[in-house]
Design a protein around this ligand. Structure first.
Ligand code: SAM
Length: 270
């Protein structure tokens, strides 16, 4: 078990005067790792758009189902989780290592608060490995180089990009980031991704004003994308059934859950 840190990109330092996504996400999930300002802004957003708490929960549940699917049904043993978030129950390594204890997981985030909690992300099973890289998602070369200290890039890797590309505001740049990460992993690898949308068929129109409020009062700025733009992230990859759907409806464990305005999908690199 080791910890690496990249320093080639400036990361924002702790600023408890401004609400920050990782801490507000934790607040919406019912966690305790947030400050007063995160509660105020997160609470205001939830007042405008109460579904945001369901979105956060559905996203985490998608993470669990996607990792279980990849580890148990597709035999993936390596995970690169970019935009990790604050540790919560069933982080990627816990779910993967319950199925295959020797699984290797590298986490990447640029939030100093996540970095401060990285120790909780580094509690690997004795047979496996976990690592944490403090890096910006734009810095793909540094991420791949540092991750290669833990992951074997000649073997399949599941790239997890849940709720992260929405912080890359330019769509061409976001597509380029995905393309470069997926170019670094071999055939047989996977991309798992979630992303918010304003698409009305998923109930996203209710988030327009709340997201505008976020962008005026919190950091980092965020964007939603329509289905077609999110589908473009999967160009050249084979979507696993049921394809690009509301993340709540991706291979649900039970019943037929309603949609939340957050797309989710898993795709294979052929
Ligand atoms: C909405 S949370 C998602 C956390 C987790 N992936 C999940 O789905 O529950 C987004 C995470 O992305 C991180 N993040 C935002 N912008 C980033 C960037 N430019 N580089 C790296 N991480 C970033 C935030 O710090 C936060 O922890």
């Amino acid at each position: 078990m080791s910890e690496s840190r990249t320093s080639s990109v400036e990361t924002p330092r702790v600023n408890t005067g401004v609400a920050h996504n990782a801490r507000v996400w934790n607040y919406w999930l019912g966690g305790k790792e947030h400050d007063e300002v995160d509660e105020q802004v997160g609470g205001h957003v939830a007042g405008m758009f109460p579904v945001i708490r369901d979105v956060a929960r559905a996203d985490r549940e998608f993470l669990g189902r996607a990792v279980r699917f990849l580890a148990a049904e597709r035999g993936v043993r390596q995970f690169l989780d970019i935009g990790t978030g604050l540790p919560t129950v069933d982080n990627t390594h816990e779910t993967a290592q319950r199925i295959a204890p020797a699984s290797k997981v590298v986490y990447v985030d640029n939030d100093p608060i996540v970095l401060a909690h990285a120790r909780s992300l580094l509690t690997s099973s004795p047979e496996g490995v976990t690592d944490y890289i403090d890096a910006d998602v734009h810095d793909v070369d540094a991420i791949v180089e540092r991750a290669a200290a833990t992951l074997d890039f000649d073997e399949p890797v599941a790239v997890m990009m849940l709720g992260i590309l929405n912080f890359v505001l330019d769509t061409d740049t976001a597509c380029d980031i995905v393309r470069r990460v997926m170019n670094a992993v071999p055939s047989g690898s996977f991309l798992a991704l979630t992303h918010p949308t304003f698409d009305a068929d998923l109930g996203g129109e209710g988030n327009v004003a709340a997201m505008a409020f976020w962008n005026e009062n919190a950091t980092p700025p965020i964007t939603a994308r329509p289905r077609a733009e999110i589908a473009a992230f999967f160009e050249g990859l084979d979507l696993v059934e049921p394809g690009l759907v509301s993340c709540a409806q991706w291979r649900p464990d039970t019943g037929a859950p309603g949609a939340v305005p957050q797309f989710g999908a898993v795709a294979l690199k052929p």
